[in-house]
Design a protein around this ligand. Structure first.
Ligand SMILES: Cc1ncc(COP(=O)(O)O)c(C=O)c1O
Length: 457
């Protein structure tokens, strides 16, 4: 690929000094790295000036495109006044104003904004709130509630607590003795995928199992966490709003607190600001990250009910304080750009456009990708798309991991100027909310050509 001097130097330094996340470095060392220098609108530009369409909104977080002038303007302004001050023992205007703005867009019962600096840290905060809240109640019945419940194939982040919620033997066995895996219930897609049940039959079966688990063990379960409507990292597996609604009702019946993890689904990707709006449900804690700052800076939040917050009030000697936080929790730069993001999203035109773009995306996927020989299924919710591949057309048969088919497809797309990412046996597309139809077409047609190149050659 590139042979310029600056590229060679940076590649050498990268290969010598960096350890990349979720990356097998044996493979990384084999390839020329993509070294991004700047970004504009929906394109990322490498050190040699080549431009790439950002087809995954920079790992699902970019909302309005890159280097958007309104967002940069507030950042520049904030840089001049305050880059960082801690929320431990002091406060600042950007954190206060963002909390007020968030209160205006989340369900009414969610009143207390607790900031962190990543999705994983906010999930960690939420499970700590839930577990500690029950213990701090001090009754015999409440102290029995010490377990967490999640869906199979869940992903809630990479801190040890959040890994417990999505524990997978294949990935995490070497941590087996350090992690407390949560209890799991199967989401409907497992019955659709494995047993070929219809959506309604699969939902009924999943809910029945959930009911059985809650009836048997509800008195020991403190909280249930769910990615509402879409299990993103599992491969964009969706469930209907009705399933989410009924599951939450079951949790309420058995006094199990509900955490909605909207780190991936939040900020418009499913067509509404938060996915829970489509089910008209209100959790006890709402977790958000990624798109909160429009994908510009690291910030996340766990927003809890007043009842949970009150459980942590007390005299110093009672030790009811929530002993949790990070140095950069609620950083002023990140908070300021987040408030501007919310202001931009309050313009209903943007969310309205998501639904039009999602329809356009569906049309393009139907036209260019669904008929490809090695495409088994396309799953989609709003702008979140997974293209499931199959080695044997007509049968559901994942490629073996060592064939690296997804990685090769992503590389073929990159060579054509489009960035997409493999996830297991899927290719994920997730454009920013406001990507125009010309670029959406480029994203889909380039993905189609790249899939055909690698799977049919
Ligand atoms: C649903 C969900 N929760 C939590 C996380 C973790 O977020 P972060 O990578 O910011 O720690 C992710 C990341 O993809 C996610 O999809």
């Amino acid at each position: 690929m590139s042979s310029t001097r600056q590229f060679k130097e940076l590649k050498h330094l990268d290969h010598t000094h960096l350890w990349h996340p979720f990356t097998q470095h044996r493979d990384w060392f084999e390839e020329d790295p993509l070294i991004i220098e700047r970004a504009n609108e929906f394109e990322l530009i490498d050190v040699d000036g080549r431009s790439y369409l950002d087809g995954i909104s920079s790992l699902w977080c970019n909302v309005h495109g890159h280097s958007v002038p309104e967002l940069l303007e507030v950042l520049h302004d904030q840089v001049d006044s305050l880059c960082h001050a801690t929320l431990l023992g002091s406060s600042h205007r950007p954190a206060i104003e963002l909390a007020k703005a968030l209160r205006g867009v989340v369900p009414e019962g969610l009143t207390r904004v607790f900031y962190s600096d990543s999705g994983s840290a906010a999930v960690e905060a939420s499970i700590r709130m839930v577990l500690e809240w029950w213990q701090k109640k001090g009754t015999a019945a409440a102290s029995k509630k010490h377990r967490l419940l999640s869906l199979e194939n869940a992903y809630h982040g990479d801190t040890l607590g959040s890994v417990g919620l999505g524990y997978l033997e294949a990935f995490h066995h070497s941590l087996r003795s350090n992690i407390v895996p949560s209890m799991r219930i199967p989401p409907p897609h497992l019955f659709r995928f494995v047993d070929g049940l219809s959506e309604s039959a699969a939902c009924e079966k999943s809910l029945k199992i959930a009911q059985g688990v809650l009836e048997k063990d509800g008195d020991t379960i403190a909280g249930f966490i769910i990615e509402p409507l879409v299990q993103g990292a599992a491969g964009i597996w969706t469930h209907p709003a009705q399933y989410l609604r009924e599951l939450i009702q079951l949790c309420r019946k058995h006094e199990v607190l509900v955490i909605a993890d909207e780190v991936a689904t939040g900020f418009g990707k499913t067509g509404t600001l938060f996915a829970i709006e489509q089910a008209e449900v209100s959790p006890d804690i709402l977790v958000m990250g990624k798109g909160l700052s429009a994908g510009y800076l690291p910030i996340s939040a766990a927003i809890a009910t007043e009842e949970i917050f009150q459980g942590f009030l007390g005299e110093p000697e009672e030790l009811r304080t929530f002993f949790f936080g990070q140095t950069f929790s609620g950083n002023p730069l990140a908070a300021r750009v987040s408030t501007k993001n919310l202001e931009m999203l309050s313009d209903q035109k943007i969310l309205g456009q998501v639904n039009a773009s999602a329809e356009e995306l569906k049309r393009l996927l139907d036209e260019h990708i669904s008929g490809l020989l090695h495409v088994d299924e396309i799953r989609r919710c709003g702008l979140m798309v997974a293209i499931e591949l199959t080695e044997h057309p007509g049968k559901r048969c994942a490629y073996a991991a060592n064939q690296r088919v997804g990685a090769k497809i992503a590389m073929a797309a990159r060579e054509r100027g489009v960035l997409i990412r493999p996830l297991g046996n899927c290719i994920i597309l997730m454009p920013a909310l406001t990507m125009d139809s010309t670029r959406l077409e480029k994203l889909v047609t380039t993905s189609a050509e790249s899939i055909r190149d690698i799977t049919e050659s």
